[in-house]
Unconditional design. Structure first.
Length: 354
């Protein structure tokens, strides 16, 4: 019963510990940042212009808009080849480093620009726990920003970044009267009960896994406590079993001892030898030889009791049953014929009946 309970608890514990998988959470965070390949060097497209990648004319949304946080950052902050005086779209002091000096081509490796972008972002933000509240707050701010109408008559929506004037040129990357460095999301990603922006989906899964792991820690502590209690129970049962086994062995040993002493008495033929052996009792009517032995169980019990308790007192007559005849000293039948309680000769011996 205890073993079965322990096995079931162990299975639950193993299942719970699989949820404490930091690698799974980190992988989801990397996917949100860099995309499915989880590598900054892979944040690029197979072809197409910056405008097609980030937000083409017509307002349908960029082909890679929302694919990863890094891609969206490049659409908003990546330097355009026409910017000759240092790009400052994402910060007035961002006129140094790769983000300010390297033209971004969406089909090429942009890992150096991404590294510079992340460094600059970390200077303006602080690390925070990926809690449900933090994620909801960030997404609320994001949805508010992309809901702001841009361009002529507010026709440009679902956009982040800069778009001046009519916005006819969309997200070309170069800021002038109609263009700008921006990203426009597809309507399908923002409709329905839940957003389906790829980087948001990965962020949410990372958050859910983190929350599950946090809850699992408490479950693991409870399961470990239950296993510990079962272990103590098992140890207690084992101790009881060992104690019972020791008692059985002791009883068996005592029985073997009595058998051995019985055989020892059987080998005695002389009364004198019998009396010298404390384990035997002479039952013969006289001192003649013969098998008149009897195992003195009373003496054996007294000896064992003295060994167990340390007692040293002698045996008294009250230790015997009334039916047992105890011969304190063998009667010398030759020295007295009719012994009485008064006037016995010095050599007489009194038979005592209890």
């Amino acid at each position: 019963m205890v073993a079965e309970q322990a096995y079931k608890l162990h299975e639950k514990l193993v299942a719970a510990r699989t949820k404490l998988n930091a690698d799974k959470i980190n992988d989801k965070l990397k996917e949100a940042l860099y995309g499915p390949k989880m590598n900054a060097k892979e944040v690029k497209t197979a072809g197409g212009t910056r405008q097609a990648t980030c937000g083409p004319t017509g307002g349908t949304g960029g082909a890679a808009a929302g694919a990863s946080l890094a891609m969206d950052l490049l659409c908003i902050c990546g330097k355009h080849s026409s910017d000759v005086s240092g790009h400052k779209a994402c910060g007035k002091d961002w006129n140094t480093g790769a983000v300010a000096t390297t033209n971004w081509d969406p089909t090429q490796d942009a890992s150096t620009i991404i590294a510079d972008l992340l460094t600059k972002c970390q200077l303006q933000t602080s690390k925070t726990t990926l809690s449900k509240a933090e994620l909801q707050t960030a997404m609320s701010k994001f949805l508010h920003r992309i809901s702001i109408a841009r361009g002529s008559a507010g026709a440009k929506r679902r956009m982040l970044g800069t778009l001046d004037g009519t916005g006819a040129g969309q997200c070309s990357g170069y800021q002038d009267g109609t263009n700008g460095p921006c990203v426009q999301y597809k309507a399908a990603h923002l409709t329905g009960p839940d957003m389906s922006l790829p980087w948001y989906v990965e962020l949410k899964e990372a958050h859910d896994s983190w929350e599950a792991a946090t809850q699992t820690k408490g479950d693991i502590r409870r399961l470990e406590a239950q296993l510990k209690a079962l272990n103590l129970t098992a140890n207690s049962l084992q101790l009881e079993t060992q104690t019972a086994h020791k008692k059985e062995v002791t009883i068996q040993a005592e029985a073997e001892t009595l058998t051995s002493k019985q055989k020892e008495c059987e080998a005695i033929q002389a009364a004198a030898d019998c009396r010298k052996n404390g384990n035997c009792k002479w039952e013969g009517a006289d001192d003649k030889g013969g098998k008149h032995y009897k195992l003195n169980t009373t003496a054996i019990e007294r000896a064992e009791t003295q060994v167990g308790t340390g007692a040293q007192t002698g045996k008294t007559c009250t230790d015997h049953t009334k039916k047992e005849i105890v011969r304190l000293i063998t009667l010398d039948r030759n020295s007295v014929k009719n012994p009485t309680a008064v006037g016995l000769k010095e050599s007489s011996r009194i038979p005592v009946y209890l």
